[in-house]
Design a protein around this ligand. Sequence first.
Ligand SMILES: [Fe+2]
Length: 254
Amino acid sequence: MIDIHSHILPGVDDGATTSEEALLIAKAAVEEGITSIIATPHHQNGKYINGKQSILENVEALNKLLRNENIPLTILPGQETRIHGDLMNEFETDVILPLNHTNYVFIELPSGHVPRYTEQMLFDLQLKGLTPIIVHPERNAELIDNPDLLYKLVSKGALTQITSSSITGHFGKNIKKFTMQLVEAQLTHFLASDVHSLKNRPFRLSEGYEVLVKEFGQEALYVFRENAELLVRNQTVYKTDPSKIKKKKFLGLF
Ligand SMILES: [Fe+2]
């Protein structure tokens, strides 16, 4: 199993604080059945700056440590980039790091709203050959109030990633409900842990997949897990043509 969103790199953001903690998280990943995990440190979220070069160095160092400790887990490089005005320039100057050097790039929106320039910027990224993946849309207050906005962004080529702790209900009932509606509406394409620490923000990835199977059947499990595999290989992922999404079906979402 592949986990495409994690804060396992030590000392770079609000995830793992030390190498020892990173190793404990790595061992927990193996217990979850994860074989590869993309390290996606926060970048430009107002608190942390993690550019491409330093992430690559940190990933290499952690992989070395894992080999020394005989922990069968591979760390792949990535970045959780907060949407910001200088993003395109940062892409041109090699500061942005797409997931595992593919054409897929994580885009984080602020938790309270969706900046007005979002649609244009997601379009600009696509003009550069990138596919933006909006991380945890289910936790964005404006999207919860106005899901039509997310429908619009997905219709225009963005993908989305939901978090396992949202689907398991650990972020509360409303977020769980909205997460389920996004799966039902086929407005989301990946499930990932967004692990920060074993204590406060653990994996819950297998648990998340169990909920998915219970609610939506084996096919949902297959699609989400396959999409993570396709992503790391830079292949085209499964996605429903938005024009085929029957709006009425989605519990009055639109
Ligand atoms: Fe994250």
